[in-house]
Design a protein around this ligand. Structure first.
Ligand code: HEM
Length: 123
């Protein structure tokens, strides 16, 4: 498959990740006593798996090596782990709590830094 098609698929899953993270956070803020619908507990895992597969695929096609010829990609993967941890803390925290709000902002900051690294590749 051509590199651009893989990258477009990857960026599509990135957009879905951002939408799902915000949707889950704001649904919990709006209705703190109601558990998230089951679909919103399953779909993010499927999307994250596809995000990972397309990322690894693009990585092998472009011959990027994290911390080898692509330090930006190495840092991006470290930030991805931070995002996963922060995201799960946010979704487990009591809705509207300080912990949940800080986790949400930290999650957004991780995604912003990851997108910046992917586009700018500063190192
Ligand atoms: C939350 C997670 C992620 C976000 C927000 C994200 C974001 C992005 C974005 C916006 C691009 C497009 C850059 C461009 O068009 O120039 C991109 C490309 C790419 N991503 Fe990701 N990504 C994520 C996860 C991953 C993972 C897990 C991997 C690898 C295991 C990965 C590897 C790549 C590669 C190799 C490219 C192509 C870079 C290039 O050669 O231009 N990404 N990513």
């Amino acid at each position: 498959m051509p590199f651009l098609a893989i990258k477009h698929a990857h960026v599509t899953f990135v957009v879905i990740t951002i939408i799902l993270f915000n949707l889950r956070y704001f649904l919990r803020v709006a209705k703190p006593n109601r558990p998230l619908p089951t679909v919103l507990k399953i779909v993010p895992h499927i999307n994250d798996t596809l995000l990972l597969i397309t990322g690894l695929w693009a990585m092998s096609v472009a011959k990027w090596v994290p911390f080898g010829n692509a330090h930006w990609l190495g840092v991006k993967l470290v930030l991805l782990v931070v995002y996963i941890i922060v995201g799960s803390i946010t979704m487990r925290a009591v809705p509207r709590s300080l912990k949940s709000s800080i986790g949400y902002l930290a999650g957004l900051a991780c995604i912003a830094a990851i997108v910046y690294l992917a586009y700018v590749k500063p190192f």
